[in-house]
Design a protein around this ligand. Structure first.
Ligand code: F6P
Length: 368
């Protein structure tokens, strides 16, 4: 059944990822082609819940002119946040502590007041979980899967992942030559708090010697053994890629405490591994943390195209009357999957997947 949409809103939530602006451009143009008005909500849902924060308004028109020339830009013209969950909105107590308040009914009312008929929510598992809750409350919502971590289920890949992996691969390539020149071990920490996709794909592509991922708790002795084996073969340098969420057997990740509404990862996984390698092998070891560099910059061609496809498909989905679904890559097509299926389970690395088997066949150590 064709939709009755006249005004659609877009928002971006959670950590940014290359391709957000390409999704926005495609969705805006596809919606304009249908005669719909489009507005952007600033910083997740904050533009609707806290409009007073924004001098130029929490909600603003998105036109063909607004989205001209943004396809290749990193970041998001809407702004984003990983702290404005409307279901657990952080409110400051008089004593300076925070409590979490469910503001979802207020938010649904704000959509109505602003004359918004539907939402395209661009985000990762947290943002899409929120989007689904809003859909359950009657707002037509379509989600677009974003995250450099690639940990969203039911889509072959999320946009942003390819850009992060490409950049990580380039960085590891560069570290190879300096590692060899100085006969050192270089440890490279990449993002991936629960899933090791970036570490695995970049590590294998850049022919790292050791890859440590959250899915396989590591034994540092096995890591040292791999480095010694290389020494024995006359290779006096090694590259070790560590996902930020990797942890030793019997140990735990560097995720500590809880920021309001969100586990806080303080980092240090790579540094920890580097110190131990140096202590055990006696080899000079350096650690490089790529961190947020992986989230910046221009999207790769793959991510641009995927983002444009996702943005246009999200508008088609709304136009076809779908709600509470996410657009998903299922090559060669983009299909719609229930948001609950996409967010119900985190897509971690399948340790029997072909890339893992390839890595094992090539002699990569996973510290196990
Ligand atoms: O979820 C994407 C991600 O980039 C993770 O890999 C990383 O742990 C997290 O975001 C970092 O978040 P923040 O920008 O709040 O430091």
């Amino acid at each position: 059944m064709p939709s009755n949409i006249k005004r659609v809103a877009l928002n971006t939530g959670g950590g940014d990822a290359p391709g957000l602006n390409a999704v926005i451009r495609a969705a805006v143009i596809a919606a304009c082609q249908r005669g719909w008005e489009v507005v952007g909500i600033r910083e997740g849902y904050n533009g609707l819940l806290e409009p007073q924060r924004y001098a130029e308004g929490g909600v603003f028109p998105l036109t063909r002119a607004t989205v001209r020339g943004i396809t290749h830009l990193g970041g998001t013209i809407l702004g984003t946040t990983n702290k404005g969950n409307p279901l657990k909105f952080p409110v400051k107590n008089p004593d300076g502590t925070y409590r979490e308040v469910d503001r979802s009914d207020e938010l649904i009312a704000a959509f109505k007041t602003n004359g918004i008929d539907a939402l395209i929510a661009i985000g990762g598992d947290g943002s899409l979980g929120i989007a689904s809750a809003l859909a359950q409350k009657g707002l037509p919502v379509v989600g677009v899967p974003k995250t450099i971590d690639n940990d969203l289920d039911k889509t072959v890949v999320t946009f942003g992942f390819d850009s992060a992996v490409s950049f990580a691969t380039t960085c590891i390539d560069r570290l190879n030559s300096t590692a060899e020149a100085h006969q050192r071990v270089m440890v490279v920490e990449v993002m991936g708090r629960h899933a090791g996709w970036i570490a695995l794909n970049a590590g294998v592509a850049a022919t790292a010697d050791v890859v440590l991922i959250p899915e396989i708790p590591y034994d540092i002795e096995k890591v040292a053994q791999k480095i010694r084996e290389r020494e024995g073969r006359g290779s006096h340098f090694s590259i070790v890629v560590v996902a930020e969420g990797a942890f030793p057997k019997g140990g735990s990740t560097s995720i500590v405490g809880k920021e309001i509404g969100r586990a806080d990862l303080i980092g240090g996984a790579g540094d920890h591994v580097a110190k131990q390698i140096q202590a055990i092998t006696g080899k000079e070891t350096r650690c490089v943390v790529l961190g947020h560099l992986l989230r910046g910059g221009t999207p790769t061609t793959f991510d641009r195209l995927l983002s444009l496809r996702f943005g246009a498909a999200a508008v088609r989905a709304l136009d076809e009357g779908y709600s509470d679904v996410m657009v998903a890559l299922d090559p060669p097509r983009v299909r719609y999957v229930p948001l609950s299926e996409a967010t119900g389970r985190m897509k971690v690395v399948d340790v029997t997947c072909d890339t893992m088997l390839t890595a094992r066949d090539l002699g990569t150590s996973f510290g196990d």
